[in-house]
Ligand binder design. Structure first.
Ligand SMILES: Nc1nc2c(ncn2[C@@H]2O[C@H](COP(=O)(O)OP(=O)(O)OP(=O)(O)O)[C@@H](O)[C@H]2O)c(=O)[nH]1
Length: 213
């Protein structure tokens, strides 16, 4: 598990992570749970328009890493500039809802998009089955999820952004795998690429959309 980040320490690297998956599977809430330990109930949640991101520092094995985590819109009509979101990403988080089978069946489409736009060949993927708190409505078994992930060479975990079970473990697994794949980030390209767009997030911070730094 990540250690708390209190004192100032040099950064070992910055990683760009991207959340993708159907609308309403809980991408924004997974991010909110991970960065702010909060959850937005249905009456307060709203669809992501375009893209948002959050920045978080984490410590792993005495090294500090900065994560920029990009939350993309699941709704097709908001998915403009898609290719620039993928550029420079070291980790991709594919989310489905364990209580809505079609969101699991659509993972093939999301993987196709990822393979089309991702610049890094060895990008680390994690498939997350969210909303395990809705056990009585489960429509995808944990074995099916794990089997699919194995087939597409992805990490796998189930979680609930609502109860927080599995969320930190998922991010921990993903970041550790990136740390263990130095070829992905040690030749980090910080040169802004064509098509980059400066994005401002909901908290007023700004970042280049295609920068893996
Ligand atoms: N029961 C339950 N509900 C959840 C969970 N995570 C998210 N939700 C609810 O699911 C709905 C969609 O959550 P979002 O986080 O906005 O989903 P999203 O994938 O970001 O959706 P888009 O922005 O449209 O792509 C909201 O009503 C959330 O309150 C969870 O773990 N359990």
């Amino acid at each position: 598990m990540f250690e708390p980040t209190t004192e100032t320490r040099g950064l070992a690297a910055t990683f760009k992570l991207l959340l993708i998956g159907d609308s309403n599977v809980g991408k924004s809430n997974i991010l909110l749970r991970f960065t702010d330990d909060t959850f937005l109930p249905p009456e307060e949640a709203s669809a992501t328009i375009g893209v948002d991101f959050k920045v978080k520092l984490v410590d792993i094995d005495d090294e500090r890493y900065k994560l920029t985590i990009w939350d993309t819109a699941g709704q097709e009509r908001f998915r403009t500039l898609t290719s620039s979101y993928y550029r420079g990403a070291q980790g991709i988080i594919l989310v489905y809802d364990v209580s809505r089978r079609e969101t699991f069946e659509h993972l093939d489409r999301w993987l196709n998009e990822l393979n089309t736009y991702c610049s890094a060949q060895d990008v680390v993927k994690i498939i997350i089955g969210n909303k395990v708190d809705k056990e009585s409505e489960r429509a995808v078994s944990v074995q099916e999820g794990a089997e699919y992930a194995r087939k597409v060479q992805s990490l796998f975990i189930e979680c609930s952004a609502k109860t927080s079970v599995g969320v930190h473990e998922a991010m921990d697994e993903l970041v550790r795998e990136i740390v263990n794949t130095p070829s992905l980030w040690q030749k980090q390209n910080t040169r802004p690429a064509a098509g980059n767009v400066r994005i401002q997030n909901s908290e007023g911070e700004s970042w280049l959309s295609g920068c893996g730094c």
